[in-house]
Design a protein around this ligand. Sequence first.
Ligand SMILES: [Zn+2]
Ligand SMILES: [Zn+2]
Length: 366
Amino acid sequence: MQIKAVVTRNQGEFSVEQVTLQHEPKAEEVLVRITAVGMCHTDLSVKGGMIPSPLPIVLGHEGAGVVQQVGAAVQGIEPGDHVVLSYSSCGKCDACLQGRPAGCVHISLLNFGGIMPDGTKRIEQNGQEISTFFGQSSFSEYAVSHYRNVIKVPKDIPLEILAPLGCGISTGSGAVLNKLQPEPGSSIAVFGCGAVGLSAIMAAKVKGCTTIIAIDINHGRLELAKELGATHTINGKDVDNVVQKITEISTGGVKYAVETSGVPQVLRQAVESTKSLGTTAVVGAPPLGTKVEFDHLGLVSEKTITGVLMGSSVQQIFIPQLIELYKQGLFPYDKLIKIYDLEEINQAAEDSESGHTIKPVLRVSG
Ligand SMILES: [Zn+2]
Ligand SMILES: [Zn+2]
């Protein structure tokens, strides 16, 4: 079918164009009419060339919409269902079989390799194949996705609010709720107050952390961090020694740290701000090949550094949990969202890069 989609060919502007989608779902696939799609920093990193993915490509990996058709082998998802799309995993490797799809050995290929899980490409334009992103390519009117990538959601919350649960919001909150699992009364420092960091802060509050320190260089974001649960804020521009400041606030260092900026010096600060037995979750994605230095002896005091991908979550379990928390007012992530029309995608990207908008969501259809 002929559809409107945003094509990315290079580092220039996003371009809304007509493309052809092979829309007929195969046995394990689902066709979704996209209502709204969040913009995540990873979309911009691929467009900017920091994260490699074969171009041309239709980006977008926080799609939300209404199911149109399902393949013969799909169970539990029906036409008319509201769904959120998330990341792809193979379902067959050790990690997937252990119920830990974020550790899928094929995760890079399935999400950044430009192909669907069956190895094909489904979008084309004038005979040229266009790559798929995260098994969904949801900067588009329609998306075909494997059922493992599809999460059924309630119909009483607008899809434009639900869309960012597919990546950014679940990445930050999952780092805390699924990976670190801080004890009530514990301390945590969150480095970077974009959508991922602010989600981590809200999750820390849900878990009952009583010292929640937000670190950023943007005053507005730090104010929002306070509103969402941070007990202390540090503006890196105003403070000579961030680690020392955190150590003072937490009387000796925090038990947990979350690094969302992807900046190597900030990761080092995060690790140094934890006390003995402390754990740092590495969430931010730097350009491929980035190296980071630590004080070797500093780690020997029983510190842990752990990577966290996609909030270490099984999205079919985790996203409904986040929705329940949202409904009860305990996870007010809608405060991060600003809605744009799909045609305004370049403005949305500019506002995201400048920090003006924390979580842009593109409205694709009504
Ligand atoms: Zn796998
Ligand atoms: Zn993302």
